[in-house]
Design a protein around this ligand. Structure first.
Ligand code: BG6
Length: 483
């Protein structure tokens, strides 16, 4: 029989994301027969208390999709154990509880500082079996050095094919759709290069502040919390060469090549190609919001916003910059990738706003999931000369207007949990990918440290420090605004 063990089973990630995802998988009857789910944490609770907490969390997260009958099917799978997961002796209790279950998946939803200790204890307790799998939540490490330390400890107990480094952005439907769009169609591939694409923008905007998460966040900041993983993964999927097949190794080989081609950011250029910001008090979604330092309780040099220009030094992308920005307390919760095509070489039309707008593809992950292409179209009418207007063609039309409803928006972890249980690592990060990403990010943080570059202030509710606009303006470009 199979068992999924959630270390940090009572924590925020487990309650907000993992257990509601398991509920949805149960609802769709996708969980393997007989799968046990064991929450492990330190707090002394009974199984009944834990189940009640899980029920509350699932009900709160699933809203209109809540069904007591579906939860009643999930409930018998749930179990709870209070123990210190870094002690091999304590983990022997877990081994007894699991009995002869052999298909074990361990999910580490705890602080990365505990990863090394837990893995060692798993090995000590005889739980790191040949068939076991281990799922590590990002960020693994704080820099290349700590990543390698943790990963070496993991490698001591598990083979690489047993290790699943999670980046929940890869579980998002639109991110997978990007692979379908690029490699399931012939029309885009000939255009997907620096001859036709002027630049790419990746934005992950969040309206939330750091709030109570500051003990974790203050050590990491936006560069390590978002850019090292989510943003670089999105960049890889946009930029990678077509893999030979969808085998996990083929896809990940291509992603590593992109990461290796990222131009290092040197101390001389760091001020020109990066922007660090930190929010001060302002208005967020119409409500007064505290500054980061006030939430933190003292002054801090951690960035809550980062914008970077990345250049990919290979044949396909030479000359096409990738601009990335992410931050807390921005005006919108918006995640999008903008593929900005080059302008017309010569216009023969009248266009009220000057030159006809260049084509633009927007891959939107949040708040809506959609892929759209802006094309120029003739304005209907007989008067005057031919007039143009931009029209957005949207892929989500596929389920609009036919009486179909849009599919439920999945929690990204649903797909990833299922894949980890099946042993499919395509949507997980390989060791050398994480390594390359840390290498590039370390260069940026070292250059910031050596150059004494502190975060610039931005008012909560704005799109980051004004320098983030300058980053693009300097090259004659602007950030995309939502319509
Ligand atoms: C997490 C970060 O990985 O992603 C958080 O640690 C961030 O700081 C979150 O808020 C954003 O995820 P999503 O799916 O809401 O964009």
């Amino acid at each position: 029989m199979a068992a999924l063990v959630l270390f940090g089973g009572g924590g925020d990630l487990a309650m907000r994301m993992l257990l509601p995802s398991l509920y949805f998988l149960e609802q769709e009857r996708l969980l393997p027969d007989g799968l046990k789910i064991v929450g492990v944490a330190r707090s002394a609770e009974s199984r009944e208390e834990y189940v009640a907490k899980v029920r509350e969390a699932c009900e709160a997260r699933t809203g209109a999709d809540w069904s007591p009958e579906d939860f009643a099917r999930l409930e018998p799978r749930l179990d709870y154990l209070a123990l210190d997961a870094t002690s091999a002796d304590s983990l022997k209790q877990l081994r007894e509880r699991l009995g002869d279950d052999d298909a074990l998946t361990f999910f580490l939803a705890v602080s990365p500082s505990l990863y090394g200790g837990i893995v060692k204890a798993l090995k000590g307790a005889g739980l790191a079996t040949d068939q076991a799998r281990i799922v590590l939540e990002k960020p693994v490490g704080r820099d290349l050095k700590t990543f390698l330390e943790i990963d070496d400890a993991v490698a001591h107990a598990f083979r690489e094919d047993q290790v699943f480094r999670i980046d929940h952005y890869l579980g998002k439907e639109t991110v997978q759709n990007l692979i379908a769009l690029r490699f399931g169609n012939t029309v885009f591939e000939p255009l997907w290069n620096s001859q036709n694409i002027d630049h790419v923008q990746i934005t992950i905007g969040e309206t939330v502040g750091v709030g109570d998460r500051w003990p974790y966040y203050d050590e990491y900041g936006a560069l390590r919390d978002m850019l090292q993983n989510h943003m670089l993964q999105l960049l890889c999927l946009v930029a990678m060469e077509p893999p030979s097949d969808l085998d996990p190794e083929s896809v990940r080989n291509e992603k590593v090549k992109v990461l290796k081609s990222l131009r290092p950011i040197t101390q001389e250029e760091v001020e020109r190609v990066t922007v660090r910001g930190q929010y001060v008090a302002g208005l967020s979604e119409g409500q007064p919001a505290k500054g980061y330092d006030e939430e933190r309780g003292e002054d801090s040099d951690t960035e809550t916003f980062v914008a970077i220009r990345a250049d990919i030094d290979n044949w396909r992308w030479a000359g096409t910059p990738f601009f990335m920005r992410t931050g807390k307390r921005l005006p919108e919760k918006r995640t999008e990738i903008v593929i900005q095509f080059k302008p017309l070489p010569h216009s023969i039309f009248d266009y009220e706003d000057g030159e006809p707008a260049a084509n633009k593809m927007i891959i939107e992950l949040q708040p809506e999931e959609d892929i759209s292409l802006t094309v120029m179209n003739k304005k209907a009418g007989l008067d005057g000369r031919m007039q143009l207007q931009p029209i957005k063609m949207s892929l989500s039309w596929g389920f609009r207007g036919k009486g179909d409803t849009a599919p439920r928006r999945r929690i990204a972890y649903e797909r990833l949990l299922l894949d980890a249980l099946k042993g499919d690592s395509t949507l997980f990060v390989r060791r050398d990918e994480a390594e390359q990403a840390w290498k590039w990010v370390d260069e940026v943080s070292d250059a910031w440290a050596d150059g004494g570059i502190k975060p610039q202030e931005y008012v909560a509710g704005s799109w980051g420090p004004p320098l983030a606009d300058t980053l693009l303006a300097r090259t004659g470009r602007t950030w995309n605004t939502s319509e």
